[in-house]
Design a binder for this molecule. Structure first.
Ligand code: MSP
Length: 477
């Protein structure tokens, strides 16, 4: 039986178009899911939309459209973008889906209540609608939320609370011992430091008078579920919890939650505590990526410094954008991104590097009539290149792209040194032998690139089949 690999992206707020940061999370998850599927695992990728936020209501009201038509339109644009990015998701979960998502969110709530972890109290303090988070004075910079540049609301509300404090010590142990693995280590340390401080219970509902669009609390229609409590449950509902036990059992608890570092606490503290309370096994991994920066600051809609992924796809092609995400920065760090940087990398690595190499080798094979045979399948390539599966099993995409670049450069040098174009004039058999060798190496490259650049990989393999030189990347000035 094949091994299950369940990977999730954060579910995105449909209060605006998605920007490059969102595309980044989704493409990374797609690369890992494709790699696992090619390896023979039963891979399942979930992405989706987080639709009960009060900022959605605010946006729909501003536009004077009904919430549902507004959401349908924007969610359909998410799906169009993911298609353009060649993201092959297994399930797109919408938290407004009353059949697929609500039963899971409600069931979990009931479990928390049964565990005596939900109680009613008064919340008095600050709330940032942008973050959908209750804030403390110490979280503010100059009186505003540093992420959204907006003063928070002052709220006093009668809410249901989740007894998060109860799980502090258990969480510490679970994270320290990697029962819940947080990658990279610096993020694990950050959470352990956070858990050393006092952990307070969290407000888990908001009055319906504040956000009438939220999921009603079972047994109390006057309150709606806090949007994070609702959204986190999508990781379960997307794989059938509680309506399809077989599907759920197939993928849970193999989960790897890929998230940006901005939402680490929700995932590494609140989410596992909810699962502990409900006596549901914990996910295996929380994989935390860094932020894409624009002008030195986190790219975000609020700061107005976003890059539109569609523009980059139009200019460079989808595989170049996917390659850039994998190659530009190690996923665990932050990194600047702009069109100039993409263009530089596109020209050096893809036009001059990969594209030129493929075109030279196939060009020679066609010109000198060297027999062109396809090479090893993906499984065999994995066996021949143990560094590749090791790096991808450790989510180190940067190492993979560096090594692929190294292979391209080594082969370029080899061709320059062995000069098959000269050898052909004196020793045809030897020249064919050399070129056959190069063909095998570029075939291997096409396999290694499959999860990252599926179209390019296919074009290279088609070129072997039809014995035609492919045009992979056109120079862009
Ligand atoms: N809806 C919540 C997530 C709920 S998951 C149960 C949310 N949504 S979001 O639309 O604001 O952002 C989702 C994610 O997009 C971020 O957490 C992060 O993973 C990714 N990114 C948003 N901006 C980003 C960058 N500038 N760079 C990299 N990733 C970024 O939070």
């Amino acid at each position: 039986m094949s091994k299950s690999f369940y990977i999730t992206t954060p579910i995105y707020y449909p209060n605006d178009k998605l920007h490059l940061g969102h595309a980044y999370s989704t493409v990374l998850a797609d690369i890992f899911a494709r790699y696992h599927a090619l390896k023979g695992d039963d891979a399942f990728l979930v992405t989706g939309s987080d639709e009960h936020s009060s900022k959605i209501v605010r946006k729909a009201n501003e536009l004077e459209v009904g919430i549902k038509p507004y959401l349908n339109k924007i969610v359909s644009n998410f799906k169009i973008l993911f298609k353009k990015l060649n993201v092959n998701y297994s399930c797109f979960i919408r938290t407004s889906d009353r059949k697929k998502h609500w039963p899971g969110a409600i069931d979990l709530w009931i479990k928390l209540k049964k565990a005596d972890d939900i109680y009613k109290s008064t919340y008095s303090g600050l709330y940032c609608v942008g973050c959908e988070t209750f804030l403390k004075e110490k979280d503010l910079v100059g009186g505003v939320c540093p992420l959204h540049n907006e003063p928070p609301q002052n709220v006093t509300e009668e809410n249901y609370f989740f007894r998060l404090s109860r799980y502090k010590n258990q969480l510490k142990e679970i994270i320290k011992t990697d029962q819940l693995q947080i990658i990279p280590n610096k993020r694990k340390k950050e959470i352990l430091v956070f858990l050393n401080d006092e952990v307070e219970d969290v407000s888990f509902s908001r009055p319906k008078s504040v956000n009438n669009w939220s999921i009603p609390i079972p047994g109390d229609d006057s309150q709606g579920m806090y949007v994070w409590c609702d959204a986190l449950t999508s990781y379960l509902s997307a794989i059938g919890y509680p309506r399809d036990k077989k599907l759920f059992k197939n993928y849970w608890p193999t989960a790897c939650h890929l998230i940006g570092k901005d939402i680490l606490r929700f995932h590494a503290v609140i989410w596992p505590a909810m699962l502990l309370s409900a006596k549901i096994p914990l996910p295996k991994i929380i994989l935390v990526h860094g932020m894409l920066l624009s002008g030195g600051r986190k790219m975000s809609k609020t700061l107005g410094n976003v890059v539109d992924p569609e523009l980059l796809i139009k200019k460079f092609g989808v595989d170049a954008v996917r390659y850039f995400f994998a190659a530009h920065i190690p996923i665990t760090t932050d990194g600047e991104i702009n069109e100039t940087l993409v263009a530089e990398r596109y020209n050096s690595d893809l036009v001059n590097g990969l594209g030129n190499l493929i075109s030279r080798v196939l060009g020679m094979a066609i010109l000198y009539k060297t027999p062109i045979h396809t090479g090893p399948d993906f499984q065999l390539v994995l066996k021949q290149n143990p560094w590749y599966s090791k790096s991808l099993d450790e989510f180190d995409l940067h190492k993979v792209t560096n090594k692929i670049l190294e292979k391209i450069q080594t082969l370029d040098k080899k061709i320059a040194k062995e000069e098959p174009f000269k050898v052909i004039k004196t020793n045809k058999t030897q020249a064919h032998r050399l070129i056959s060798d190069y063909l095998q190496e570029i075939w291997t490259l096409s396999q290694l690139l499959k999860p990252i650049m599926p179209n390019t990989s296919q074009s290279i393999q088609d070129a072997f089949k039809y014995k035609k030189k492919p045009i992979l990347f056109r120079r862009i000035s």
